[in-house]
Design a protein around this ligand. Structure first.
Ligand code: BES
Ligand code: ZN
Length: 612
């Protein structure tokens, strides 16, 4: 009896679920889902089996064949990270059915009331399950070490439609059988409602389970790509324009990493409260609307989520301790795609922005260097609290270092073989290293693999990008420190990424007058590009230039992407003697909390509680 993942109650002696069949009845007025989950094991099991749950109430557990109840218990103590252990006692069972309901506290789910949506006439709900929130939607062995296939029947009001990280099988009227499964009372279920069915035939880690239900429309943007969004022509048209180049990127990905194994690559643009830039849900990538800005930069986020189709979704980190295997590889793969479709300069800028981010994280974790390692020990740690650039950018640097050692051609061969060897498996850092040493003999004498994967900080053989544009922007940032602002002719060709790099290379605090002077010339606080706007507002806040606080408040209220919330809230509350800013941050959060996704609520709460 031993847990196999620090973030899960799953026991290494128990069989891992291979299939889950879900029936979900969406009750929008109450913000809850009545559900049933039929779990299948690979072999009959007798004795207890542990499942993860969070904020779920369990009604009953039923023997699939005899329909008789099975004994179960839900732990009374609530682990603040893992949630509650649901123990079901089986006697030679391979299938058992759990009847449950979610609660409004279920951390994966954001329920938007009609006024919170674009058209303001229908509600909307969506999931964000990574890293450990799937357990708040249905009971499961919520560890990426377990790979499951699933089918799902979603029952919701007939004015709405749905998408999932799965193949869509059709839309029909509710039938007596499927209704009864979920909510027992078939009368109130059938009226004005519809059922949509889905099937995910490939085995995926539970964190890739996803759905969205709302007034959703779509546009075709390529032979295997549609973009879905809230059904408003302006939203759909601009999304379709932004992502027109997706098929080209899929082709580049296939050339570099092997066949695209998920059949379709559809995109869903979510409401502005979506807490991430993108989430690689298989067949249906979820995206923040902030990536739609009418230039080509949205493609970077799409390139990243697409790259996960190989690194992350085909080969998955076994536990969150090895999260760098997902994000480091994907950041590398993303930049290879970007290099092909947007050129070397753009790729170099991205590497440079990433480098800056990595250096910053070393400061953030200076008292807790564990989280500057690639392979981490997250026992007792909430992955949402330690989310950082380290797995992305130090992971990228490690892969890039290997590429430099062996040369690109040989590395590309290695990468293809790595993906072909481990696809549809969940692996850890040691498995990767073993494969690396076997396939590139002698690599361990050239690169200190242990230092890279187990050491803290940034190894000396990491590297900034070599590029004229990158160096010239960094030297302009350095000149700002001496009081010189860039001239119009120097910034004439700058797009968002150049400005982002420039701003991120400035000192954390400058004179308030310098902040205003920069904005007076270049209107950065009004940028349509949130990366630029937030980098500027962060500089304004940490320089205590209060002219911009109205804009800060507006930004915190308009978007719920944690990449923006984290730096703005953090710079407001950090330091001493800024009581006024702390009060401001608390007030804005109090007024906005209900508009954030529960994961973002938790993250902001933890930032505020550390400093206020
Ligand atoms: N899988 C991540 C998002 C994630 C990570 C969600 C950990 C929950 C826990 C996704 O692929 C990602 O990295 N998104 C980035 C995109 C960026 C690197 C282009 C983001 O959201 O900023
Ligand atoms: Zn990612």
């Amino acid at each position: 009896m031993a847990p196999l993942d620090p973030h899960s109650f799953t026991d290494s002696d128990h069989p891992l679920t291979t299939h889950i069949s879900l029936s979900l009845y969406f009750d929008f007025p109450s913000s809850i889902i009545h559900g049933s989950a039929l779990l299948s094991l690979p072999t009959p099991h007798s004795g207890p089996i542990f499942l993860d749950t969070r904020s779920l109430s369990i009604t009953s557990v039923i023997d699939h064949d005899t329909k008789s109840p099975l004994p179960f218990s839900l732990s009374t103590d609530i682990d603040h990270i893992k949630g509650q252990n649901l123990t079901v006692t089986l006697s030679n069972h391979t299938k058992f059915l759990i009847i449950f309901t979610t609660t409004p506290e279920s951390s994966a789910l954001q329920w938007l009331s009609p006024p919170q949506t674009f058209n303001k006439s229908h509600p909307f709900v969506y999931t964000q399950c990574q890293s450990i929130h799937a357990r708040s939607v249905f009971p499961c062995q919520d560890t990426p070490a377990a790979r499951i296939r699933y089918s799902a029947r979603l029952n919701f009001p007939s004015q709405l439609s749905s998408v999932m990280s799965a193949r869509h099988h059709g839309r029909r009227s509710p039938a007596a059988g499927d209704v009864a499964m979920a909510c027992e009372d078939s009368v109130w279920c059938a009226e004005g409602r519809v059922v949509e069915e889905f099937e995910m035939e490939q085995p995926i880690p539970p964190y890739l389970f996803a759905f969205a239900v709302g007034e959703i429309g779509f546009r075709e943007v390529g032979p295997r790509t549609r973009v879905y969004a809230e059904a408003a022509p302006t939203v759909l048209d601009s999304a379709a324009r932004e992502f027109a180049g997706t098929e080209e990127m899929i082709k580049v990905g296939e050339r570099l990493f092997g066949k695209y194994d998920w059949e379709r690559f559809d995109l869903l643009v979510l409401p502005p409260s979506f807490p991430y830039g993108g989430m690689e849900n298989p067949r249906m990538t979820f995206l923040t609307p902030t990536v739609i800005k009418g230039d080509e930069t949205g493609a970077q986020v799409v390139a990243h989520e697409l790259a996960h189709s190989w690194t992350g979704n085909l080969i998955t980190n076994k536990t969150n301790d090895h999260f760098w295997l997902n994000e480091g590889f994907t950041t590398y793969a993303e930049r290879r795609i970007v290099e092909e479709v947007q050129g070397k300069d753009t790729a170099a800028l991205n590497i440079g922005i990433g480098w800056r981010g990595l250096v910053e994280e070393m400061v953030r974790f200076k008292d807790n260097m564990e989280f500057t390692k690639l392979k981490t020990n997250q026992e007792g740690v909430d992955p949402d609290d330690v989310y950082s650039q380290v797995p992305y950018e130090k992971g990228f640097q490690f892969i890039w270092r290997i590429e430099r050692e062996v040369g690109r051609a040989a590395f590309d061969e290695f990468l293809k073989k790595y993906i072909a060897t481990f696809k549809f498996q969940s692996i850890d850092t040691d498995m990767f290293l073993k494969f690396l040493i076997e396939n590139i003999p002698g690599i361990e004498t050239k690169i200190d693999l242990k230092l890279w994967t187990e050491g803290t900080g940034i190894p000396a053989d990491a590297m900034e990008p070599v590029s004229n544009i990158y160096s010239s922007i960094v030297s302009l940032s350095n000149e700002f420190k001496l009081g010189r602002m860039p001239r119009e002719d120097e910034v004439a060709n700058w797009r968002g990424q150049e400005w982002e790099l420039y701003l991120e290379n400035l000192p954390k605090t400058v004179e308030a007058s310098q902040v205003s002077a920069l904005d007076a010339r270049y209107s950065l606080s009004e940028s349509k590009d949130y990366e630029v706007k937030v980098a500027f507002l962060q500089l304004a806040v940490s320089s205590r230039c209060r002219d911009y606080y109205t804009e800060v408040e507006k930004t915190l209220k308009d978007v719920g992407r944690m990449k923006y919330l984290r730096p703005l809230y953090s710079s407001l509350v950090q330091g001493v003697g800024n009581e006024e800013d702390k009060t401001f941050a608390k007030r804005v959060f109090l007024e906005t909390r209900d508009c954030y996704h529960p994961i973002a609520q938790g993250v902001v709460e933890s930032i505020l509680s550390k400093h206020v």
